[in-house]
Design a binder for this molecule. Structure first.
Ligand code: ZN
Length: 219
């Protein structure tokens, strides 16, 4: 049986981590709208992730859906449904990463800071090294920032067992949201596959997250 596209991307990632550029940056010419590798990737917006490079993808080969955290939000689900049903992708890859900013705050803390709580404002300023300026107003949107579950840690903290576990929780939550969505088929002839990974920004390597497994604790 032919290797899945995800497996080929993992092989490309080994080369990327050794310093081998795989992505070709030049304009490739006219291409079809459907991603050539039938792949959809959901990844964090972190500036240190170049998704095409780290997976060895070329222009035209995959949908890349990015947001803060690489969280499977309503909008990510919307994109994945369109990606699969209208544009023929059939493999989904989720990518979280070490040192992610989403490990370093909570939704409550950020909201309180934005709304003008001096204690939250001070904590956020200390955490980010940037003067946090409150807006002194409440807003109904966004309804959630999707900061990762668990005990918060300093911004850009190196990987350890605890933060790797928190990242894995959120990858599994995303996988579960996709695998249980009624409009994303994971069985039968139109099935998509879903795999989740943590990218180490210090080594350039992807590590797979086991699934199913724990999805978080508030402790
Ligand atoms: Zn991130």
């Amino acid at each position: 049986m032919a290797k899945s596209i995800t497996e080929q991307c993992l092989a490309n990632n080994q080369n990327y981590a050794k310093g081998q550029a795989v992505h070709r940056p030049a304009y490739p010419g006219k291409q079809p709208i459907q991603p050539a590798r039938r792949l959809a990737v959901v990844a964090c917006m972190d500036a240190r992730l170049d998704v095409e490079d780290l997976l060895g993808l070329q222009t035209g080969e995959a949908h890349i859906i990015r947001n803060a955290g690489g969280v499977v939000t309503d909008d990510a689900i919307r994109c994945l449904i369109i990606s699969h049903h209208l544009l023929d992708t059939n493999e989904i890859v989720l990518i979280h990463h070490t040192r992610c900013g989403m490990l370093a705050f909570t939704d409550d803390l950020l909201k309180a800071g934005l709304e003008g709580d001096p204690a939250a404002e001070k904590l956020l300023g200390q955490a980010t090294g940037r003067a946090f300026v409150n807006c002194g107003r409440c807003a109904s949107t966004p309804s959630a920032f999707h900061a990762f579950r668990g005990q918060i840690e300093p911004l850009d903290a190196p990987r350890d067992e605890k933060n790797m576990e928190r990242l894995a929780w959120d990858v599994r939550r995303g996988m579960s949201s996709i695998l249980n969505h009624p409009w994303i088929p994971t069985g039968g002839p139109d099935a998509v596959t879903v795999r989740g990974f943590i990218y180490d920004v210090d080594t350039g390597k992807l590590e797979e997250v086991s699934y199913p497994g724990p999805m978080g604790s508030i402790g």
